[in-house]
Write a protein that binds this ligand. Sequence first.
Ligand SMILES: Cc1cc2nc3c(=O)[nH]c(=O)nc-3n(C[C@H](O)[C@H](O)[C@H](O)COP(=O)(O)OP(=O)(O)OC[C@H]3O[C@@H](n4cnc5c(N)ncnc54)[C@H](O)[C@@H]3O)c2cc1C
Length: 414
Amino acid sequence: MISHHETPARRTGLERLNEFAPLMGTHYGHRRNIDPGENARPNVSQLSPFLRHRLISEEEVASAALTVHGSEQATKFIQEICWRTYFKGWLEHHPSVWSDYISDRDAQFTSLEKDKGLRADYEAAIEGRAGIEGFDHWAKELTETGYLHNHARMSFASIWLFTLKLPWSLGADFFLRHLLDGDPASNTLSWRWVAGLHTLGKTYLAKKEAIETCSDGRFAPGNLAQSARQVPGPDNPQPQQLPPRDILPDESFALLLTEDDLSVETWLNEHLDIEAIAGLHSAETRCAADVSEKAVSFTKGALKDGLARAGSHFGIEAQNLSDDSDRQSALKDWANSLETRHIVVPYIPAGWTRDTLSPVLSGLQADGFHIHQIRRDWDECFWPHARKGFFKLRKQIPSVLDTLDIAEGLKLDG
Ligand SMILES: Cc1cc2nc3c(=O)[nH]c(=O)nc-3n(C[C@H](O)[C@H](O)[C@H](O)COP(=O)(O)OP(=O)(O)OC[C@H]3O[C@@H](n4cnc5c(N)ncnc54)[C@H](O)[C@@H]3O)c2cc1C
C-alpha cells in the first residue's frame, strides 16, 4: 500500500495535498499519464481515496492548485478533479444506470456459476494469470495495494473488455472490491466509457505503443485485440431532474454521517444547534463478493476520523453505529432516542450507501422524521451541468469557481 494510504485521516490527506501541490501545475499537465510503477509514482496525486470519502474536498484541492500555480497552469489538474464531479453529477441525473449495473453484475455472477469456461477466464483475469503483459501485473497491483494509476485502469478495462471479452460489470465489481477510492459514479461510468456505452460508439481501445509509453517502458503487450467489439448494454436513459435543494432546519437537529462526506466541520458552522451526531458506513456492501480488507479498513478508519472531528467541532460525542452487528436497527434506535425529529445527512449520492440506507431513512420519514439531505455548494453549482457530456461541464468551470469564490477572473476553458 502507498504509505499515506495507510492512515485514512484528513490530516494525512492534507499532508499529501501539501506534498503534491508543487507538482499540480505543468508537471502534472505534462506527466500525469506516465506511470513509472508503484514504488515511484511522482506524477499523480494519489489523493483519490481521501477525495472519495471527502476527508478532503474537491474545493480544497482545486484551491491549492490555483493558489500555487495560477489558473493557466492549474487547468489540467482542475479539469481532472472535475471529471470526478461530472461523473457524480451525471449519475445523479441517471440513477437507473447504477441500478442496471447492479442487476447486470448479479446476472453475470449467476452466469459464472453455470459457465465453466467463463469462470476460468474470469478467475485467470482477476488473479493476474491471463498471460497479458501489464494486465497481469495490474491485477496483482490492484489486489495488493488498492490503487491503480488512471492509465493502468483504462488499459486494464479495455483489455478486459476487448481482448478477454469479459463482461464489463464483472470488471467494475473487481475494481470496487479492491480500490480504496472505489466510487459508484467514477468506477461505473469509467467502465461504461471504456466500453463505449457512456459516449455511444466511442470506445477506448488499449494499444501496445500507448501502454509502453504510459508505463514508462515497463510493459509492451503484443497480444491485444486490434478492434473494439460492440459491448452489449442499454442506451443512456433521459436525464432526470436533480432532487430540489434541501436546507438546514432552523431548529435543533441530529447529524448523521456516511462514508460519502467526512469533513462536515469544514462546511457546517460550529454554532448550529445539534443535539446528537452519529455515523455509519456500508463498505461491505460495495460489491457482490467479499470486499478486500484494505478497502473496508480505509473506509472504517475514514469514518472514525470524520466522526471524531465532527464531535470536537460541535462539542458533542459522536456515536459510531457501524460497530453494531445490525446497523439498520442501530440507526432506527438512535433516531428514536432523539428529542428532535430533524436529521441532517450530507447528501448521499447514487450508490451502495444510498441503496443500504434509503429503506431505513424512508421508514424514519414514515414515522414522522424530517430527513434533510444537504448538498455542498460545489455539487450544487456543478451538477446541473452534468446532464450530458463532460465538455458542457468543463466550459462552466471558470464561472462556477468564480461563484464559489475560489478564483477571481479564472480562464479555464481550454
Ligand atoms: C475503469 C476505471 C475505473 C475507475 N474507478 C474509479 C473509482 O472507483 N474511484 C475514483 O475515484 N476514480 C476512479 N477512476 C478515475 C481515475 O482513474 C482515478 O480517480 C485516479 O486514477 C486517482 O488517482 P489520483 O488521485 O492519483 O489522480 P490524479 O491524477 O492526481 O487526479 C486528482 C483527482 O482528480 C480526480 N480524477 C482524476 N482523473 C479522473 C478520472 N478520469 N475520472 C474521475 N476522477 C478523476 C480524482 O478524484 C483524483 O484523485 C477510474 C478510472 C477508470 C478508467
